[in-house]
Design a protein around this ligand. Sequence first.
Ligand SMILES: [Zn+2]
Length: 405
Amino acid sequence: MLKAVKVRLYPTTEQEIALAKSFCCARWYWNYALNACIQHYSQTGKSLKLSVYKAYLPQLKVEYPWLKEDCYSAVLQCVAINLNKAYANFFEGRAKFPRFKSKHHKQSIQYPQNVKVVGDCLEVAKIGVIKAVFHRPIEEKVKTVTISKTPTDKYFASILLEIEGESSQISGDKTLSIDLGLKDFAIVHDGNEVTKYSNPKYLKRHEKNLARKQKKFARKVKGSNSRNKYKKLVAKVHERVSNSRQDFLHKLSRKLVDESQVIIVENLNVKGMVRNRKLSKSISDVGWGMFANFLDYKLKAKDGQLVEIGRFFPSSKTCSCCGHVLDELTLDIREWDCPSCKTHHDRDGNAALNIRNEGIRILSMDGGNPLLADRGCVRPPTRKGKGQRSMKSEAHTVPDRVGVG
Ligand SMILES: [Zn+2]
C-alpha cells in the first residue's frame, strides 16, 4: 500500500536558487516536449511516443548545457513520464489536454530516487540537505518525492511511502448514502436515520477581503512592485480558503469512511453545474468533486467501495416508500406528501434514502458491474483500478490524495 505525507520545507537562499533552476529546467523540457508532440500530431496525425521525446534529452543537454548542470537527470525523466501520463489521461477522458507550464503558477519537480530522510531534513540530489518539518517519523521506504513551491512562496515535499502490510483502519460496516446539497453540505442516510452536515461557507467569509485585495491589485500598474505585492496577498487569501476547505472535507470524509464499507453518492457532474452562473460560486466553494475523491481513496485503502449513481436518477422526486415519481419538485419545496401513498417526506432525507436504495440495487446486480446497471453507473474500472481519479492532466501535482487525512 502507498501512502503520501506532505511536509513543509525551509530551504536556504542558495537552495531556493538551486530549486528555482530545477523548476525552470523541468518546466522548459515539459514545454519543449509538449510542443514537439503537438507539432508531430499536426504533421502526421499521430501522437509522439514517450521513447522519442525521452531520446531528445542527450542532444538537448549538449545544446543547452544548463539543462545538465542545473537539474538532476532523473527529474527530467520524470517530466517525460508525466507528460505521457497526461496524454493518457486526456485520451481516456479523465483530464483536459495537457497545458504549457508557466513560471507564474505553482512549480514542482519529482524525484523518483535519491532523496533521503536524514533526521529532520530531506537530502535531495543536486539541491542539498533541506530543513523540513515532519509530523511523524518516517520509517517506511521512500518511493518518490515531489517538491513544490506555491504562489505564496511556500515550499512543500510530498513523500510517497511504501507501507508493508495493512494499516490499522477503523472498520465500520454501514452502507451510507450521501446527498450533496447547498443548504447542508451533505445529507447522510444509513438506512435508519438521516444526519445533516452543514456547509461551512468559507468563501463567503473571505469574500469581502478577497474582493478588496483583488480591486487594489487590478488598479496597480503592470510590472510594478506593488502589483507583485498585491498578487501575493490575493494568492494568500485563496490559499487560506482552500486550506480550510480541504481540512473540512478530509475530516468529514474520514468520519464517514470510518463508519462504513460502502458509500453511495450521486454523480453530480460538477462541471456542468458550475456552468450555471447563479449557483456556480457556492458550488465551487463547497468542493463536491474533491469530496468524492477523498471518499474514493479512503474507501479503497480499507477495501471499501464508492458507488456513483447516474445524475439523471430522480432522487428528489421519487417517493422512497412506494416509488411514485412526481412530475415536478421545485427547489423551494423542503417537505412534501406523496399523492400515491400519502407518506410525508423531508426533501433531503427522502433523496438520501433513494440514493441509498438505488446504490444497493446497482451493487446487487452482478456485484455492481457497471455494464449491467441500466440507470446508474458504478465508477468505471479503468479509473478505479489505477486509482487515477484525481490525477488530472498534471500527473506530477502533489499526490496528497493518497492518505493525508
Ligand atoms: Zn409514495
